[in-house]
Design a protein around this ligand. Structure first.
Ligand code: HEM
Length: 529
């Protein structure tokens, strides 16, 4: 009996113990789960980086001296993935293509938002400027329309306009060495023809300088209005009333100037004469039913932003190309040799020649790498906290691929400062960086830009030797590493002399130019899908 009682007690005790253990285990698990979901990953450290000060973070270290040099030093000290603070914002900088690809391409569903850009988004773009739109409904609507205009199939149709505009550009070089202006006309006219049915037949057309002005409005405005950066860092200041917030008027004027120009250009494509032609504007108007209602002002900004993005980037890349060809004559000769072997001297190169010109393809890849358009690429962001290799990537942080760090990494590219197109022939799958960005934010203009670069570079090389300019009997030197670092970087102004290769080629350039179609309605009829 006793034994039975003892047994019973024992059983009771042991079942009590196991029940208690179970309760404790359940309680611990619940606490862990609660902690995990309410305070996810907060125990994880940020990627390594310099210690921030209260309020300003690491701003003081970035504003004394060149911020690019400072970031480079931090990469050397802390590795390819670093973090620091600018004001209250966490900035994560990625200095390796592998990490950029792991996060921004492979996990693009979560890394495709943008951090909040207060001035650009609210004041300059009034939430209609896609490059700074956060991920979500409005972004999806704009992006869907833009990508539908720039699919590989559509872009193939635009080759006809690129053929015409590049013939004109190559012809203009017979009489002028102002290649920067010629490239600006080439790109703006190409895009205005497609967008509005407006061909810009001369470099004097005011639309070109206005478009360039708009494309640079943000960076120029930030430079000339110092308080803007403070508001960007401490957006709470924006709650001040108008009379205490002069930046509101400053950026408001820029917004109105841009909007007026975009609406006027849109209006041009809607005049009775043009209404019958296919244009991007018409495509966007008719896509409305798929993307939801957009006001005319919003459509004008959508089309205008695509133009601004194209004219900001392609002419600068072309200027880098000219500098690379000027200071690397052996590369130029090899490229000319390939073009001559494929095309001969009796006609200009065409798009159909591209598959037989691997060296020109390699040359274009090397132009992107050698002096990248965006040393720090457009920032991405996430809407939720993320984890990578044991580090916390906080939601809302500014995540920037550091292209400069990637392209000059001698572990990936030997002699990275040298301009060597052949590296792309020797290692065709060389992965250095993403010149057109990453994931769902990747540049939608990539195919159009690549075709522009191919056709104009191959035609210039076919027709001209690119030489140093000579003034007062002296060669005008070119600073190979003189680069204007704005948001997008470009060679500092330099001169070059375009010497037509022979009289036969001059005649062909003239003949080709004289026979191009000049009636824009006819051009658009051929381009229309
Ligand atoms: C050499 C020429 C070009 C280069 C190197 C270039 C590069 C880039 C890069 C790096 C981005 C940011 C991608 C990211 O956030 O991951 C971008 C965005 C963009 N680009 Fe380009 N681009 C070029 C030409 C063009 C052209 C010709 C167009 C239009 C016709 C265009 C339209 C855009 C637009 C609309 C965006 C914003 C996309 C978004 O935020 O979702 N780009 N570009």
């Amino acid at each position: 009996m006793i034994s039975t009682m003892d047994d019973f007690q024992l059983i009771r005790n042991s079942s009590f113990k196991s029940a208690s253990l179970l309760y404790v285990a359940v309680a611990i698990c619940s606490a862990l789960l609660f902690y995990k979901y309410c305070f996810p990953r907060h125990t994880l450290p940020l990627p390594p980086g310099p210690v921030p000060l209260p309020v300003i973070g690491n701003l003081h270290q970035l504003t004394t001296g060149d911020p690019f040099d400072k970031i480079k030093q931090w990469h050397q000290k802390y590795g390819p993935l670093i973090s620091f603070r600018v004001g209250q914002r966490t900035v994560i900088v990625i200095g390796s293509y592998k990490i950029a690809h792991d996060l921004l391409d492979k996990q693009s569903a979560v890394y495709s938002s943008r951090p909040e850009f207060h001035i650009a988004s609210k004041h300059l773009g009034r939430h209609m400027f896609i490059p700074v739109m956060p991920y979500g409904g409005k972004f999806n609507a704009h992006r869907r329309v833009i990508t539908s205009l720039l699919t590989p199939v559509m872009v193939k149709r635009y080759q006809y306009v690129q053929d015409i505009e590049s013939k004109q550009a190559v012809h203009e070089l017979l009489a002028s060495h102002d290649f920067s202006l010629i490239f600006e006309r080439f790109v703006t006219s190409l895009q205005f023809t497609l967008a509005y049915g407006m061909q810009l037949e001369s470099v004097e057309r005011p639309e070109i300088s206005e478009m360039m002005h708009i494309a640079h409005a943000l960076v120029d405005g930030v430079k000339s209005n110092a308080i803007t950066s403070v508001v960007e860092l401490f957006p709470v200041l924006d709650r001040l009333p108008q009379f205490l917030a002069p930046w509101k008027r400053f950026w408001g004027e820029r917004y109105h100037r841009t909007t007026k120009f975009y609406l006027r250009s849109l209006g041009y494509s809607r005049t009775e004469h043009k209404l019958s032609s296919w244009t991007w504007t018409r495509e966007v108007m008719s896509a409305q039913q798929h993307v939801g209602e957009m006001s005319v002002t919003e459509i004008a900004h959508l089309v205008g932003t695509v133009n601004a993005a194209g004219v900001e980037s392609t002419p600068k890349t072309l200027r880098t190309a000219i500098k690379a060809l000027l200071v690397n004559p052996t590369v130029t000769q090899r490229a000319q040799q390939e073009i001559d072997d494929v095309v001969g001297s009796d006609r200009l190169p065409g798009f159909e020649d591209r598959p037989r010109m691997p060296y020109i393809d390699a040359l274009i890849k090397e132009i992107f790498r050698w002096q990248p358009l965006m040393p720090l690429s457009m920032p991405h962001s996430t809407d939720t906290d993320q984890e990578y290799m044991g580090y916390r990537i906080p939601k809302g942080s500014v995540i920037m691929p550091n292209n400069d760090e990637m392209v000059y990494d001698s572990n990936i590219c030997q002699e990275p400062r040298e301009f060597k197109p052949e590296r792309w022939l020797e290692t065709p799958d060389l992965q250095v960086f993403g010149p057109f960005g990453h994931g769902r934010r990747k540049c939608p203009g990539e195919y159009l830009a690549m075709n522009s670069l191919f056709i104009i570079i191959s035609r210039i090389l076919w027709g001209y030797n690119i030489k140093y300019a000579v003034r007062d009997g002296r060669t005008v030197e070119v600073g190979v590493w003189d680069i204007d670092n704005k948001f997008t970087s470009a060679p500092a102004p330099f001169e070059a002399f375009f010497e037509v290769r022979d009289e036969h080629r001059r005649r062909i350039i003239e003949q080709e130019f004289s026979s191009i179609e000049k009636d824009v309605s006819q051009i658009l009829r051929k381009v229309a899908p």
